[in-house]
Design a protein around this ligand. Structure first.
Ligand code: NAP
Length: 307
């Protein structure tokens, strides 16, 4: 009987796996699995040494879309494949969060909340979606559905990716040389890139300066993409009117971090697109079955590329 080990999993998740994979033995670490050799490992953010102690594992299945911490751990053998989490729950969650924040900025909803506190009746010049330009950095499992929704709302939409992936109704930009042209004049920039050697620190002064004056920045990807001081400087100078950040270099965000107190930078606690176990487990079980039938598995991590 093949064994599946869930790192730091819950009984609830184990029960979902048992329903999907009745022919497999499902183990939760700790403590059941200690000593038992396993075939597959399901991981979120495993503790140090956990993966290194399991060199026999044939396939690692991530509960998260972002896997940079797994690659950085140095605990996974070169030949062991890793599957990223790509499922409808993540795409739906990220689309809702990005659109909610983008529309709130576009229609001045946060501003009117402030005005209400002071009993100020102060209408703003309200624009329509087709008068705004939105650029999505990343046209992958999350960037693509997000871009489609901006297109559906009528926003002028651009997508930037490594290979120039097209999204119907959006303008396509590709590669390093396409980055600044993609964000030039953008009212809203949404970051949905994976964190790799190439994308670390990508959201910095040059990018913010290229945006439309008074624009908005949305980060739903990773804190390591943003040069924090450059973002604060761009907002303080008025080049950007604000930003919303779901992810940070250090999480939880330390009490001393200036983002907590900035009046025009909104913080959320890494909740844009949480993994929904009921959806994720079905996807992982499907990939284990594909692996056992010798079929191709979608969303395998390219370790050299870093995503
Ligand atoms: P994905 O499907 O791998 O898509 C990544 C996109 O980024 C692709 O379009 C890719 O280009 C592009 N890209 C990668 N490196 C690039 C580079 N150097 N230059 C230009 N484009 C580049 O990833 P995903 O599933 O959409 O997830 C994106 C990230 O979202 C994850 O890595 C994770 O960090 C974050 N995330 C956050 C939350 C949250 O709750 N805040 C939840 C889930 C995920 P190609 O199309 O050419 O390959």
């Amino acid at each position: 009987m093949k064994r599946v080990l869930i790192a730091e999993g819950s009984e609830e998740m184990a029960a979902l796996f048992r329903a999907e994979l009745p022919e497999h033995e499902i183990l939760i670490h700790p403590p059941e699995a200690v000593g038992a050799p396993v075939d597959y490992m399901v991981v979120g953010r495993p503790s140090a040494g956990f993966m290194a102690a399991r060199p026999e594992v044939k396939l690692i299945l991530s509960l998260n879309a972002g896997i940079e911490h797994l690659l950085r751990s140095g605990e996974i053998a070169e030949q062991t494949p890793i599957v990223r989490m790509v499922d409808s729950g993540l795409a739906e969650g990220m689309t809702e969060w990005v659109l909610a924040e983008a529309l709130a900025w576009h229609r001045n909803i946060r501003l009117y909340e402030r005005f209400q506190r002071d009993h100020r009746w102060q209408p703003q010049a309200e624009k329509l979606a087709h008068e705004r330009l939105v650029t999505i950095l990343g046209a992958g499992a999350l960037g693509t559905p997000v871009a489609r929704h901006f297109v559906a709302f009528g926003f002028k939409t651009r997508v930037w990716s490594r290979s120039g992936r097209a999204v119907e109704g959006a303008e396509t930009f590709a590669g390093n040389e396409g980055l600044i042209p993609a964000v030039t004049g953008a009212d809203i920039v949404v970051n949905l890139l994976p964190l790799t050697a190439e994308t670390r620190d990508i959201a910095e002064a040059r990018l913010f300066s290229a945006q439309a004056k008074g624009g908005f920045f949305i980060n739903g990807a990773r804190g390591g993409h943003v040069v924090d001081a450059d973002l604060i400087a761009a907002v303080d100078s008025g080049q950007l009117s604000g930003a919303v950040l779901d992810v940070f270099r250090v999480e939880p965000l330390p009490e001393s971090d200036p983002f907590w107190r900035h009046p025009d930078i909104r913080v959320s606690p890494h909740v844009a697109a949480p993994t929904h176990p009921r959806i994720a487990v079905v996807e992982i079980a499907r990939n284990i079955k594909r692996f056992e039938r010798g079929e191709a598995i979608p969303h395998l991590v390219d370790k050299a590329r870093g995503y």
